[in-house]
Design a protein around this ligand. Structure first.
Ligand SMILES: *[C@@H]1O[C@H](CO)[C@@H](O)[C@H](O)[C@H]1NC(C)=O
Ligand SMILES: *[C@@H]1O[C@H](CO)[C@@H](O)[C@H](O)[C@H]1NC(C)=O
Ligand SMILES: *[C@@H]1O[C@H](CO)[C@@H](O)[C@H](O)[C@H]1NC(C)=O
Ligand SMILES: *[C@@H]1O[C@H](CO)[C@@H](O)[C@H](O)[C@H]1NC(C)=O
Length: 467
């Protein structure tokens, strides 16, 4: 999609302050927050249909709702401060967040959501703090909202410093902002700002002089597409991942003899034999495995090349004692799973999905704690990127309540992101708009890899048009 010059006009810009003063003084960045200082701000937003109000009334209402929402999330209205010992804190000083009103009245919803085409670059201009590193939260606001008026709709883009929230806390804030705007007198979920947990560490992260640098190029040519998977497609994939050694090319069960022979070979057959439920491969692991296989195939790597599939896991419920599901901050760890290109492609989907499942299942209380200790022994920034041409990084989650953002005139038409943290092999998983287990994958790839994926029948057979 050509994008020459700016398609968005900024109408006004102001700072919005919390409606009530913060009762929290400061929050020290944790083991899970600090590595994100070298990541860019999270930029996610919702495309909504035309609002029934006059734009000036809507803007006033959004500003007021944002101010009320910030009272519940004082951390977002603060600033970073590094103390003499090298600890970085969010000082909850009510310094406020940026609010930007913009318009792009020549852009319609149809143009922004084309069927079977790349995501238009226009979305990049619907977010504040383009390509800003989280480290800059020392001087800049930690969050910004941009509201862009379109021909027949409106886009609300939210940008939040990644060292302040992970995806779970990001959507918690966004959902709260929407529910207040819709008229809620009391918010449904209050954030938990307690810091008495394993992530609160005495370790100091030494930052390079002048602050961290972005870890990926950001200038390479990239294509971006949304692939939609219906509930039925996902179930087919999951079935294949859980049953494939038992099913021949026609989808029929192989003989009991083969079933018996393979009974001890792979974990899932064992689980079938023993009826152990915990061993089931999830829908998301099945979809991830298919993507890993297909992208690796079209990258044409040598058989011996090690490929890496990285995904972030939410640690809130993995720890014992558990963190509150509303714990505010980052509580994520990144899990790499590796396999050689040759093995990935010669084995079946089930084998690949089994590797992912095994790693995720192993990420329990003890593993999370080991991850923290490991980081404490060598504090470092998070290396986000594709450093050897054979990596895939899965972010976001189809479980995030992205469509639960009704600002008063209906659910979003679509969820889209800005340019932040994108490189060849960066995938973000969103729930499908129809819910019910459907998934949208936002796939960012080198142009030739994307072209290959579009003609990979093993992958494309599961992709549907958005309804
Ligand atoms: C997030 O906060 C960190 C710490 O102050 C800051 O360095 C970084 O630039 C901020 N990121 C963004 C995108 O503002
Ligand atoms: C599976 O393993 C069990 C115990 O390890 C063994 O007793 C059994 O004979 C094996 N079954 C097959 C089909 O190989
Ligand atoms: C979780 O790990 C901690 C630290 O090793 C340990 O004390 C605790 O008993 C563990 N809890 C469970 C339920 O495994
Ligand atoms: C979800 O999918 C199932 C199976 O297709 C269907 O029976 C059910 O009605 C769907 N629910 C919603 C809310 O669409």
């Amino acid at each position: 999609m050509p994008c020459s010059g700016s398609s968005v006009t900024i109408i006004s810009k102001c700072v919005i302050y919390p409606n009530t003063k913060s009762t929290i003084k400061s929050l020290k960045l944790s083991v899970s927050d600090l590595p994100m200082l070298s990541c860019q701000y999270i930029q996610k937003g919702v495309l909504l249909s035309s609002q029934p109000f006059h734009i000036s009334d809507l803007i006033a209402s959004l500003k007021h709702s944002l101010s009320l929402a910030l009272s519940h999330f004082p951390a977002l209205a603060g600033r970073f401060e590094t103390d003499a010992q090298g600890y970085v804190h969010i000082v909850c000083n009510d310094a406020g967040v940026d609010f930007i009103q913009a318009k792009a009245k020549h852009l319609s919803v149809d143009v922004l959501l084309p069927a079977n085409e790349d995501v238009p670059h226009y979305f990049r201009e619907f977010f504040a703090f383009d390509r800003t590193l989280s480290y800059s939260g020392h001087s800049r606001p930690l969050a910004a909202i941009q509201v862009t008026e379109l021909a027949d709709g409106i886009f609300i883009g939210c940008t939040v410093n990644h060292s302040v929230t992970d995806g779970t806390s990001f959507w918690h804030f966004f959902n709260t902002f929407a529910e207040i705007c819709k008229g809620a007198k009391k918010i449904s979920k209050s954030p938990d700002f307690s810091r008495d947990n394993i992530f609160n560490s005495p370790a100091v992260l030494q930052l390079p002089e002048g602050g961290p640098k972005v870890t990926f190029s950001g200038n390479e040519p990239l294509r971006e597409r949304i692939f939609h998977f219906t509930r039925e497609s996902i179930l087919k994939l999951k079935n294949r991942a859980n049953n494939s050694p038992l099913i021949n090319g026609n989808g029929l069960l192989e003989s009991a003899e083969i079933f018996g022979k393979q009974c001890n070979d792979t974990w899932k057959i064992v689980s079938r034999c023993k009826g152990a439920k915990t061993a089931e491969i999830s829908s998301f692991q099945s979809l991830s495995a298919q993507l890993w296989r297909s992208v690796t195939r079209v990258r044409n790597l040598p058989d011996s090349k090690t490929t890496t599939f990285r995904m972030a896991v939410n640690c809130r419920h993995r720890l014992e004692p558990k963190l509150s599901p509303h714990y505010f901050g980052n509580a994520i760890q990144s899990i790499p799973t590796v396999a050689s290109a040759g093995e990935l492609l010669s084995r079946d989907l089930s084998w690949c999905a089994g590797l992912l499942r095994k790693n995720v299942a192993a990420h329990d209380n003890a593993t999370v704690r080991r991850g923290v200790e490991d980081w404490e022994s060598a504090p470092r920034l998070f290396p986000l990127g594709n450093f050897d041409g054979a990596m895939i990084t899965m972010g976001s989650s189809p479980r995030f309540p992205m469509y639960d953002n009704d600002f008063g005139w209906g659910r979003p038409l679509a969820v889209r992101s800005g340019r932040a943290n994108k490189f060849d092999g960066k995938i973000s998983a969103f729930p499908g708009r129809e819910g019910n287990g459907s998934v949208d994958l936002e796939v960012v790839l080198a142009p030739e890899t994307m072209a290959g994926l579009e003609s990979d029948t093993e992958f494309m057979q599961y992709v549907s048009a958005v309804v």
